[in-house]
Design a protein. Structure first.
Length: 373
């Protein structure tokens, strides 16, 4: 299924992206759910899939974590089943993320899907990330408040909520409607009838995360062996003092490690191309020989990218699931990075080069691309 999003992107970015929440009425016309509640419930029974059940009763909140063995204990209202990274496990759902490629791939995260009977929701809260919440089947009332400093509390150890807030958006969402919420705006949604919601989530690394990841990279690659030095060590009033220019020298010693453009690009490509959720990796058994791959493509078979696989480019380098791939044929890498589905045409004549074909075979044999849908 090809989802067509009716949105003027330049205008949306100028007015709303990272700035204001907005409801995009009928963003998807004639919306058809890519998944049924039963299928979603089935996914939440699987070990590898990350899921939660959140329920509330008279103001008391409960959270349970999947995998779930049964749903028999659930009543007819006031609960919500939330499943993370469904795009990794369910290809038709992954299609719902594609219209959002108007925004860069590296900023997107995963597709979370929730199902809730009347009254179900996770309560008032805020998120650190941008999100597009697409209304599927059913109706849900969403409220969004102004971004003001808010105290957060935990009505349950696994649930972070905020106090009640005044709404700047209060809308009954219907199938195909989309609610965009930038980071930090409090929001809550309660189902009015059995309802499915799709959350296309984004990611934005924090300084803390980046420094921690870069430190790991520096250790693994033995960067930063240069030490602080002071051939003209300055005199001071008291030996206990560390002088401002020495602090500056220490900062410079650290910055010198970061200011190596090639290493920096490589680190960031490796870091940001890693997914935060498990991939549904199933390497083919037995592995393909390169010529078998060529033959299949020549017969018209297409290679599909594994759901959730992150393929990102910096200059001519491509990063796939945390690893850099280089090639003499940049158009081969560009094709991998651009398309969701690859046919022989997309590769031009790059596959005539045995080294490139072997590289492609390596990717298919890792389970990153597969034949069929
Ligand atoms: C949902 O309940 O479907 C979305 C949760 C959220 O507000 O992030
Ligand atoms: Co939220």
């Amino acid at each position: 299924m090809d989802y067509q999003l009716d949105l003027n992107w330049p205008e949306f970015i100028e007015r709303y992206w990272q700035k204001r929440p907005v409801v995009l009425k009928r963003g998807f016309k004639n919306f058809i759910d890519p998944i049924s509640p039963d299928e979603l419930a089935g996914l939440a029974m699987e070990n590898e899939v990350d899921s939660r059940l959140v329920s509330h009763n008279n103001g008391k909140w409960q959270v349970a974590h999947g995998p779930f063995e049964s749903y028999d204990h659930l009543g007819e209202s006031n609960w919500s089943l939330l499943v993370q990274a469904v795009n990794h496990w369910h290809e038709p759902s992954a299609a719902l993320m594609r219209p959002f490629r108007a925004l860069p791939d590296w900023r997107t995260d995963d597709l979370m899907i929730s199902f809730a009977p009347p009254g179900g929701g996770v309560g008032p809260h805020l998120d650190q990330y941008d999100v597009f919440i697409v209304q599927g089947t059913g109706r849900r009332r969403w409220r969004v408040g102004e971004k003001i400093p808010m105290k957060q509390h935990c009505p349950h150890p696994d649930l972070l909520q905020v106090e009640p807030f005044d709404a700047i958006i209060d809308e009954e969402m219907e199938p195909g409607d989309i609610l965009y919420i930038p980071p930090g705006f409090p929001h809550e949604g309660y189902s009015l009838e059995n309802a499915i919601n799709y959350s296309v989530g984004f990611r934005a690394p924090s300084g803390r995360e980046l420094i921690s990841s870069f430190a790991d990279y520096a250790l693994a690659n033995e960067l930063g062996s240069y030490r602080f030095s002071d051939p003209d060590v300055p005199a001071r009033d008291c030996p206990s003092q560390i002088l401002p220019q020495e602090i500056e020298g220490i900062r410079q010693t650290m910055l010198d490690v970061i200011q190596q453009p090639e290493q920096f690009d490589r680190w960031f490509g490796e870091f940001i191309s890693q997914t935060r959720h498990e991939l549904d990796l199933a390497p083919p058994e037995p592995p393909y020989q390169p010529d078998e791959i060529y033959d299949a493509l020549q017969q018209g078979d297409a290679l599909t990218r594994l759901g959730g696989l992150r393929v990102l480019t910096i200059g001519n380098a491509v990063y796939i699931n945390g690893e850099q791939l280089t090639s003499q044929r940049p158009e081969f890498l560009a094709a991998l990075a651009h398309h969701q589905e690859l046919t022989l045409e997309d590769f031009g004549d790059a596959l005539d080069d045995p080294a490139v074909l072997a590289q492609l075979a390596g990717l298919v044999n890792s389970g990153y691309w597969f034949f069929g849908e």
